[in-house]
Design a protein around this ligand. Sequence first.
Ligand code: MUC
Ligand code: MG
Length: 369
Amino acid sequence: MINSIETLLLDVPAIRPHRLSVATVNVQTLVLVRVLCDDGIEGWGEATTIGGLSYGEESPESVKVNIDTYMAPLLIGMEASQVAPAMARLRKSIQGNRFAKCALETALLDAQARRLNIPLSELLGGRVRDALPVAWTLASGDTQKDIAEAEKMLELRRHRIFKLKIGLRAVEADVAHVLAIKRALGDEVSVRVDVNQAWSELEAERGIAALEAGGIDLIEQPIRAENRAGLARLARRFTVPIMADEVLKGPLDAFELATHAGADVFSVKISQSGGLTQARQVADIATLAGVGLYGGTMLEGAIGTAASAQVFATFSDLSQGTELFGPLLLTEDILTEPLVYRDFMLQVPTGPGLGIEIDRDKVAALRRG
Ligand code: MUC
Ligand code: MG
């Protein structure tokens, strides 16, 4: 039985300001969810967003209050080992709130996989890989700083895929910034961009043409999420793959995008998808439709990153790799043993559940209030 559900807000400073077109992250807020069951087993989940309400319709505070007030009371007393009926109840009674639902599903599946003494991936169809390629996002806002940061990552053998956050400056200035970094890093390195919806369709046509000519490998959400027809036009027009991010809010969007050839690649995010099971559905739709897959992040800490890794490890095709670098952007970790990043890959934890152990002292130290 589910005995209690606790939510905690943790404020964790970033190692440097992380500049996106929609917000600058100086401190990341993690919403941790702890589910306690009557057999003594506990499970952990996490929700994050970017810049309060700048990125999506849920804030860390709304996730906490909505879980505490509306979602936890629906789940407490239900059978803890039956995650599907618990999530069905939640989905039937609660509109929206995908990030909160994802945090709860993560905690319930973590507990159940621990109960069964298997990694969480095995509840989601089973893993096909134990390590995931991990991109690093260059978002200091300064070309020379970004180049130095990328060179350090290459030297450490931590990342050789780099995603650049653009869209704050004029198209030509952003293109010059990206191509200077591409030239400095060379052909062995994959350079991609994420515009976070900042361009008009006309600006996107201009920007993408220049980026494609300069050898950039992937263009993420160049225009407003609402302009689905425009995204499809860009995907048809250019050879460089166009990736859907903000437009993709779960299996129904995946189905619609796949039906209309709306993007070449899907960035699958567990929270945007509304949970781990639905993230798998998004991936299944992509695979069936011949759409490429990328494992995205909402800059989660260790719990959300481990949960994402457990899901992405089950994807048969993960052609564009992942960006599960969230914990590395934060100054503090909350695990007894940090996640392992080695040889450009994140090792998917192999222990039961999420495969991580929470350090309670560290959580207490970072807890808001
Ligand atoms: C996004 O839009 O993809 C992912 C990496 C990063 O730096 O920001 C996120 C959000
Ligand atoms: Mg994105």
